[in-house]
Design a protein around this ligand. Structure first.
Ligand code: GAP
Length: 498
């Protein structure tokens, strides 16, 4: 189960909470983000956009969530996007068979295992119903896609997309032609995906509706080693956990390519960019790894997979699937749609591009950043809880507090708020309660700085700037405040050097 403290904090401060919670029968696996949670959520996504999509010169599209059935016939999801389920013969409870086996027998069931094999693992380990210990029935495959029928007669079978990337494959030919770009071309998309998870009991970590931020990089397989910027990462070490020994080793990108640990420079380059992205999010590098998956664990469309995982209290959590999907998707869609999705490069070569994808979960990234930022400190008889979030992910960069509402301090504080907002820095205003309580409230949602306006402000145009993590305070001039805050946000200045 997720750390209780995170879930309690999330509920207490309305960061996230169950969808339609006022209705007792609402299905599990759906969560809403409250006001401060939504701000963090937006920033997690904005950070990905700024630090990966824009810096890598990818293009971004926005596609719809409902797609026709033919798309999923071509993609293989209708046939292969299944979870094995099993029902108790006595109390009729339904379970995901692989999870039940893992819980009761500690045996890992590969994603590709067929139902007969899973039946035999259940029999061998005497796995029974979790609720009543009853005998389990035969394992069957359950398709995880959610069906929607479109039109008044409902005769247009469609599905909610189980991964955002399908639209990218459908739009590739148009985007490639109209954007006048060469390969490798990265097309990004962020949005909601839907999966009918059997037992979504892990809060945001396993939802039935969840956010994905995905990039599909289209490239010529013969040119997988022609990466223009590879020199920037060749000596950078990526934490690879190889199948052969199961150990995590920081391996230079160049060595990963030379020793054929990855398929080519393009793969090593983007794995490096992923690790650097999450380091900028504030995740310590030693808590990250790329786990190599074997053919039984990989998704049906992947030839090579590195699961990007981050260690939290619950264990290693997969945040991003880095899949080499070959020409599986474009060839599949070309076949079913009848459209030629091959391209011709300047040298006249015609081919169907291959795809390497970076498929990250937004909700999981959100949860993991909160988990890693959570701090609880004893302060005499009291406890202090705060989120040590990076200033770029925190819901606001600064909280603006007038010491009291009267004597013109409220007006002065609002003037400062508006100046900070003029610089497009996020600030939050609060005048309710004691200063100590106001500090505690913003600490809990991770606001890194608080600006207090007091009687001296009126005399000398200075304010108190307080740092969330150290609780240190410094007196600064109002006219310098926007620039200082911006430098603190971008890591160009540290509070103790102020
Ligand atoms: N397009 C490839 C793809 O979707 P995936 O491994 O199925 O690959 C990618 O999913 C990422 O999406 C995962 O690493 C995870 O972060 C997130 N994800 C998948 N299922 C999820 C769920 N039920 N709830 C929350 N996040 C999920």
């Amino acid at each position: 189960m997720p750390k209780d403290e995170i879930v309690n904090l999330a509920a207490r401060r309305s960061l996230f909470y169950p969808t339609a919670e006022i209705y007792p029968g609402a299905p599990s696996g759906f969560f809403d983000f409250g006001p401060d949670g939504e701000t963090i959520h937006r920033k997690v996504l904005g950070f990905w956009r700024n630090e990966l999509v824009e810096r890598e010169k990818f293009v971004e599209i926005f596609g719809r969530q409902i797609l026709p059935e033919a798309v999923f016939r071509a993609s293989g999801h209708l046939e292969s996007f299944n979870d094995p389920i099993v029902q108790c013969g006595k109390c009729h409870s339904l379970f995901r068979a692989d999870k039940l086996i893992e819980e009761q027998a500690g045996e890992h069931v590969p994603e590709s295992a067929d139902v007969k094999k899973i039946d035999s693992i259940i029999a061998k380990n005497k796995v029974t119903c979790k609720k009543c210990k009853g005998k389990l029935g035969a394992v069957r495959k359950f398709n995880m896609m959610m069906k929607v029928d479109i039109g008044a007669t409902g005769d247009l079978p469609c599905y909610l997309r189980p991964e955002t990337c399908q639209t990218i494959f459908l739009d590739f030919a148009r985007v490639y032609k109209t954007m006048r770009r060469n390969l490798p071309l990265g097309i990004a998309q962020a949005g909601a995906s839907f999966r009918n998870e059997i037992s979504p009991r892990q809060s945001l970590l396993r939802g039935r509706e969840f956010g994905q931020m995905e990039v599909e990089i289209f490239f010529n397989p013969k040119k997988i080693d022609e990466m223009e910027n590879f020199g920037e990462v060749k000596d950078y070490r990526i934490n690879l956990m190889l199948l052969k020994d199961g150990e995590v080793k920081p391996i230079r990108c160049e060595d990963a390519v030379k020793n054929s640990i990855v398929s080519g420079r393009l793969v090593a380059y983007y794995l490096a960019r992923v690790q650097q992205l999450y380091a900028k999010y504030g995740v310590p590098v030693e808590k990250m790894r790329f786990r190599e998956l074997d053919s039984e664990e990989r998704a049906f469309y992947a030839k090579e997979t590195w699961d990007f995982e981050v260690e939290i209290d619950l264990g290693w959590m997969e945040l991003m699937a880095c899949n080499y999907r070959t020409d599986y998707d474009l060839s599949g869609h070309a076949k079913v749609s009848g459209r030629d999705l091959s391209i011709v490069e300047d040298d006249g070569e015609r081919f169907v591009p291959h795809i390497f994808e970076l498929s990250a979960g937004i909700d999981r990234t959100f949860y993991v950043l909160l988990d890693l930022a959570y701090r609880k400190e004893k302060r005499g008889p009291d406890e202090r809880v705060y989120l040590s979030l990076s200033p770029r992910i925190a819901p606001y960069l600064a909280a603006i507090f007038p010491l009291v509402k009267k004597d013109g301090l409220r007006e002065k504080a609002n003037e400062i708020l508006s100046t900070i907002q003029d610089y497009e820095l996020d600030a939050f205003y609060d005048e309710k309660g004691s200063i100590g309580k106001r500090y505690a409230r913003v600490d809990e949602i991770g606001v890194p700085y608080a600006v207090t306006i007091d009687y001296d402000t009126k005399k000398d145009n200075t304010v108190t700037l307080r740092d969330r993590d150290s609780m240190g305070q410094k007196r600064v001039k109002i006219e310098e405040l926007p620039e200082l805050l911006w430098k603190l946000k971008m890591g160009k200045l540290s509070f103790d050097k102020l």
